[in-house]
Structure formats: C-alpha cells, structure tokens
Design a protein around this ligand. Structure first.
Ligand SMILES: CC(=O)SCCNC(=O)CCNC(=O)[C@H](O)C(C)(C)COP(=O)(O)OP(=O)(O)OC[C@H]1O[C@@H](n2cnc3c(N)ncnc32)[C@H](O)[C@@H]1OP(=O)(O)O
Ligand SMILES: O=CC(=O)O
Length: 517
C-alpha cells in the first residue's frame, strides 16, 4: 500500500501527490521510521541523564573519527562553491520569487522554522518549488502586483525540511502519520531531481547518529531515483547543544553528501536553555535580546564550527542576525549597522558566507564577504589552526553577562503570544519590534519564561518569578496587544499552558500542530 492522504486536495495538489511520489515516500517511511523513533527515544534518554546531573562532552566512542586527520568531505558541489550571501525564507509564492530575485548566492527555502506546517503551506510550497526550479513561477498579488523571475543569476535552492521530531498528520502509511522530514525531503527530491541537484539544510539534529540516518535516506533515495552517489548534498545546522560536541562526527557521517555546517545560533540558545533548564545558575541565560554572539559560550561554538569545517574541507556558514529593515529611518540605520557588525565578525572569523532574513540585506552581506573573500569563492583554506575549544568553554554559559529583568520577561511573553498567534494562522515568520521572529526565536522566549518560573529566578529588581507574576504579566501584555480577531485566545491559552505546566514542552510546534486543522 502507498501513502494515504487524509486532507483536502486543492487545485494542482495532484501534481505533487502523485501515486509514484507517494510510493517513494511510503518506501522511505517503512524503511526508516523505526530508526527515527529510536533516535527520538535516545534524545529522551540523554535528556534524562542531563536532568539527573550529567553533562555534555566530546564522545569517547568517536575519538578515532576526530583524531583521524586523513578524511575530508566531498568537494563543494556545483552551485555551492560560493555561498557568501544566503537568503532564508518561507516558500509561499511571492516570497519564493522575491528570494530568487534577491541576488543571493543561495536561497534556503524553508519548510521548517520560517514556515507553519499547515497542509496548504506544505503542498503549495512544493508546487512553488517545482515551478521555481522549472523557471515558470509567477504570481499576481490580491492588489494586482505581478511577480516573475528576473533575468540574471539565481540563487541555488537549498530546501530545509522539518526536523525529525515533527509528524505530518495528513499523510499516513500503514495507518501511521509519516515524518515531516521525510515528506519534505521526498516530495522535493522526487519532483525536482531531473531538473536540479537536490540540496538540503538539515535542522535540529542532536547526534551524529541522526546524521547517519539522513545519510542512509540519501543513499536509498539516490538508488531509487537512479542518481549517482553524492548527488544529494546537505548542510547541517549545528543548533543543538549536544550537536556542538559532535560536529566532526556529523561531517564524517555525511561526508559523501556534506555541504558543510551552519551556526544556527537561535535554536542553539534554545537548546542550551532546554537541555540544562533545571541546572540553576550555571546555565541561566539573561534576557534573550541581551545575549550576543560574542559572549564566551557562543564564541566557543562558532570558533569550533569554523575550524572543524575547514579542517575537513567543508563550508562554514554563519547565522541569522535578526534585525530587519524598518520604515523608521533611525531604526533602519541601526538594523543595518548591527547586521554589518555581525557579518563582519563572521567573515573575519573565517565563515564562508552567512544568512540574511530579508532581500534588502543581501547586498550588505555580499559586500562584507567580498571585502574578506575578494575573488576567492570561499575561504576553506583558512584552517584556523589557532583555534582550540574545550568542552568547558562550550559549557561556559555562566560567564554570559546581563541580567534577568521584568522587561525581558514581558518581552518574552509578548513575543511568544504574538508569534503563536501568527503561527496558528499559518504564518511562520513575522517581524515584531523590528526583529525577525520565527519558531527558533519564539522557542527561546517561551523557554525562558518556563525556566525562570520553574527555578524561581530573582529578577534584577528583586522580584522572584512565580506563577502570580507570570499570570499578571500575561494579562498586562495581552491588554497592551489589544487583540482583535485572529487566533489570540488560542495563542494565549497555548502560551500560558506551556509557560506554567510542570512538564516542559519539548517543542512549541508540537502542541501548536495539534491545534492546527
Ligand atoms: C533562526 C532561523 O531559523 S532564521 C531562518 C528562518 N527565518 C526566516 O527565514 C525569516 C525570513 N524573513 C521573513 O520571513 C521576513 O523578512 C519577515 C517576516 C521577517 C519580514 O517580512 P515583511 O514584514 O514582509 O517585510 P517587508 O515588508 O520589509 O518586506 C518587503 C518585501 O520583501 C519581501 N521579503 C521580506 N523578507 C523576505 C524573504 N526572506 N524572502 C523573500 N522575500 C522577502 C516581502 O515579501 C516584501 O515583498 P513585496 O514588497 O513584494 O510585498
Ligand atoms: O535555524 C537557525 C537558528 O539560528 O536557529
């Protein structure tokens, strides 16, 4: 039996949900679902060890991989040699065209954190990707503005599928929901491998064994589709605390298919909070917006990422500065200055390129990397032999300067509820207070509220965070938002539930997905 679709089939959905594509997906599901489940259970076991007082360290059992100087990842694939400016964003039709016209070298086409896994988003996203790859995509907005692809070089498309934890409840195999990761991977790969090389950004992995699972998925897919080994390429986001201790092993597992690593800073912060949320002051971060990339634990992580990548011939791609353009001139100038500073630090540290959230920032990122790369397509030769990062440095969260404040608590509440409201409506990335907010940044906000409450943190003004305070601030922040229409009541209820519950929700997207039609 093939995969079964249990959701409405709108116009053109039959072009994506073809019998052959569903058969391919069902084959992947049957082969890999038991391992996916086992690896998710392994995450839980590892967390239980941490909660019981354990710590993170480089793995003893993979020492040989780290100490073997001889191996390298595959040479950079066509379209992925020069990655100095990468734009990220959802795959809705208008933004797909805007991203492809942006002048970036790469477009991260996001089926993950900048997207809501609403059924329509997922399937229409695949249609948009297919039309984009074919070069036929166009769009007319409700206001009558026409969008089409401009002439000139276009970014290489790199699709970010959902993480291993997310199910796709609208497609069943043998009565079970399939993995969202496999749906996004399979449908894109199946429909586009004739016209383009299938490239991916892989999110939220917690171990090299999860990378091994992806590698086996690639091997199987290549064989099933008649593609030469190594055609599929993947850049892995190092964005969980455990993965920072396994960067080299992750490259090794995917070496035939590797296109490097990316420093997914926002999810990384979320993971630091999540994994050591009950460990007290040693792992207590100050207000979200005060944690910069230059604090010791973030610096250790990015330095290790660049040196690990370049030692193995892999690209190191920088992360997202969340400042976005504004209509207010002063705010806009400050946003560009902050992004310039961030990209300059990354380029000087040896990154080969970096991310921007908005087309208006592509030129800035390009200019900064041009300044360091010049005519070279990347700086893989900058092996950063000066870098030595210890486990203790990766774990040094305690040295992060800054305070936990009522303003920070309020901001976390306000951002968390606003983001959830947009998410429930089907929008996965929004601008709030001149910052790009997506699932990763919102995860930090709601996790800090949980952590500060459940460990009774004392704010800088002496107040202790307790249930009464959080409930009062939720009331006040909701009053300030003055919500009308939309899905505010559900967003507030979900945020409150996640903030106050004894059990920490592993991902905000899981309970939110249950509330989605
Ligand atoms: C932590 C991480 O995982 S980061 C990676 C995931 N996050 C993302 O990818 C976020 C990407 N960015 C975005 O989604 C958007 O920039 C937002 C939501 C933050 C702001 O979007 P808007 O409010 O539409 O911004 P703004 O009004 O300035 O946009 C101007 C134009 O640029 C377009 N645009 C803005 N960002 C993008 C983008 N990333 N890709 C393509 N087009 C974009 C808008 O669609 C709009 O087009 P139009 O003029 O043709 O209507
Ligand atoms: O996915 C990227 C991040 O910063 O999180």
């Amino acid at each position: 039996m093939s995969a079964q679709v249990v959701a409405p089939l709108h116009d053109r959905y039959d072009e994506i949900l073809t019998p052959a594509a569903l058969e391919f997906l069902a084959g992947l599901h049957r082969r890999f679902e038991p391992r996916r489940r086992e690896l998710l259970a392994a995450r839980d076991r590892r967390y239980a060890e941490l909660a019981a007082g354990g710590t993170l360290d480089f793995l003893a059992e993979t020492k040989d991989v780290r100490e073997d100087e001889s191996w390298r990842v595959a040479s950079p694939a066509p379209g992925l040699v020069d990655r100095r400016a990468e734009i990220t964003g959802p795959t809705d039709r208008k933004m797909t065209i805007n991203a492809l016209n942006s002048g970036a070298k790469v477009w991260l086409a996001d089926h993950e954190d900048a997207n809501t896994p609403l059924w329509e988003n997922m399937i229409e996203g695949q249609l948009n990707l297919r039309d984009a790859v074919a070069g036929t995509i166009s769009f007319t907005s409700p206001e009558g503005k026409h969008y089409r692809l401009t002439d000139g070089p276009r970014p290489t498309i790199v699709v970010r599928p959902r993480g291993w934890h997310l199910p796709e409840k609208h497609i069943l195999v043998d009565g079970q929901p399939v993995s969202g990761s496999l749906v996004d991977f399979a449908l894109y790969c199946f429909h586009n491998h004739h016209a383009t090389r299938p490239y991916f950004y892989l999110p939220k992995m917690e171990s090299h064994l999860e990378a091994r699972l992806w590698n086996d998925v690639f091997l199987h897919a290549q064989e099933a589709l008649g593609l030469p080994r190594g055609t599929i390429r993947a850049t892995v986001l190092i964005e969980t605390f455990p993965a920072a201790f396994e960067m080299e092993e992750i490259l090794y597992e995917l070496r035939e298919h590797s296109a490097g690593l990316n420093a997914g800073r926002w999810d990384y912060m979320f993971s630091v909070i999540k994994k050591l949320r009950t460990h007290g002051d040693d792992f207590l971060l100050p207000d979200r917006n005060s944690v910069t990339m230059t604090v010791p634990f973030m610096r250790a992580y990015t330095e290790l990422l660049v040196s690990t990548c370049h030692k193995r011939g892999a690209h190191a791609i920088g992360g997202m500065a969340a400042f976005i353009p504004s209509k207010d001139e002063a705010v806009n100038a400050a946003a560009f200055e902050k992004v310039r500073g961030d990209k300059t630090r990354e380029a000087n540290d040896g990154f080969d390129g970096s991310w921007v959230a908005h087309p208006a920032m592509v030129a800035l990122c390009t200019e900064v990397f041009d300044g360091v790369l010049g005519d070279r397509p990347n700086q893989l030769g900058n092996t950063r032999d000066d870098v030595r990062v210890t486990a203790a440095e990766l774990l040094d969260v305690r040295s992060t300067p800054g305070a936990v404040t009522e303003a920070g608590l309020r901001s976390n509440i306000s951002v968390g509820v606003r983001y959830l409201e947009a998410w429930l409506r089907g929008t996965g990335a929004v601008g709030i207070n001149n910052l790009m907010e997506d699932a990763a940044t919102a995860e930090i906000s709601r996790s800090q509220v949980w952590q500060w409450l459940h460990t009774a943190v004392r704010l800088d003004d002496g107040q202790v965070v307790d249930r009464a305070l959080v409930e009062r601030l939720i009331d006040e922040e909701m009053a300030a938002i003055a919500p009308e229409g939309g899905r505010w009541a559900e967003a507030r209820a979900l945020f409150t539930e996640m903030a106050l519950a004894d059990e920490f929700a592993e991902f905000l997207t899981l309970p939110a997905y249950e509330r989605m039609p």
